[in-house]
Write a protein that binds this ligand. Structure first.
Ligand code: DGL
Length: 283
């Protein structure tokens, strides 16, 4: 590893996973520091969105979908580019895979360290907001910081629509983040943690529609560095990068638009239904 955290020589196959297309923001960060890697992408479109699902439903789903995807894609490392999933079921996913698994941690620590005012916003899905894991991060790294939390399913929907090339109104984005700034100390917030991998897709619009200048920070670069660290040198992977989804049809125009934009071709549908008790059935 170089001092800067740039690993241009790293090789291997990475599978970046999210409920939808938010994880492409992480895939981009990984490609930026590991240009020789093959960075495949998988979206659990058949169970999207995760943010409003019950903990039990997600705990049941995640190990099953992770195993089915890894069975098909054969990566060297599995990256859960989803705060909602990582803050709940990282251990459960690790338990069923025999490759390194990298999770996503909301960037609460760097936000608390760099805020000048000591007031930060936490923008995430409702699931991530209510997690014990998130509360523990706050206690450990931001005990002296005032944190306003906002869970939004609407922003996830807007990010998917925006990335799919649909018209998304500034007013809708402004209204979705407005509650962060409406409290008595709202004007003191100088840093907002984008604790959902979908939200960096809307970063410019969020910045444009905030009531005052705010720094938005996310975990993308840190996840990329960790991925390269655990990957070490796995030997050169070959072939074009691939995308996988868990719903039909594989050529749904919105998903295709985003995937094409980020350099992926038609995604391969993967089924999470299992034949017998062991191997996943591939659609
Ligand atoms: N991108 C996911 C995250 O980082 C969540 C989106 C969803 O609600 O499915 O939390």
């Amino acid at each position: 590893m170089s001092e800067s955290g740039f690993f241009p020589a790293a090789t291997g196959r990475v599978l970046v996973f999210d409920s939808g297309i938010g994880g492409v923001t992480v895939a981009q960060e990984i490609t930026a520091i590991g240009p020789k890697l093959i960075v495949d992408y998988a979206a659990d479109t058949g169970f999207f969105p995760y943010g409003d699902k019950s903990d039990d439903a997600l705990r049941g789903r995640l190990p099953v979908v992770a195993r089915a995807l890894v069975h098909v894609a054969r990566p060297d490392v599995f990256v859960i580019a989803c705060n909602t999933a990582s803050t709940l079921a990282l251990a459960e996913v690790r338990a069923v895979l025999d490759i390194p698994v990298v999770g996503t941690v909301p960037a609460i620590k760097p936000a608390a360290e760099t805020s000048q005012t000591g007031h930060i916003g936490l923008l995430a899905t409702p699931g991530t907001i209510r997690r014990d894991y998130t509360q523990r991060l706050i206690e450990e790294f931001a005990a002296d910081t005032e944190i306003v939390k906002l869970g939004s399913v609407e922003l996830v929907r807007l990010a998917e629509a925006f990335a799919a090339g649909e018209e998304v109104s500034r007013d809708a984005v402004a209204a979705a983040q407005a509650p962060l700034f409406e409290g008595p100390d709202g004007a003191k917030i100088d840093t907002v943690v984008l604790a959902c991998t979908h939200f960096p897709l809307l970063r410019e619009m969020l910045a444009d529609t905030a009531p005052h200048p705010v720094r938005y920070i996310d975990s993308g670069e840190a996840i990329a560095r960790q991925t390269l660290r655990v990957l070490e040198d796995r030997g050169a992977a070959t072939g074009p990068k691939a995308a996988y989804i868990t719903s039909e049809p594989a050529d749904e125009p919105g998903t295709m638009h985003v995937l094409n934009r980020f350099g992926y071709r038609r995604p391969v549908p993967v089924s999470t239904r299992r034949k017998g008790t062991t191997s996943p059935e591939v659609a």
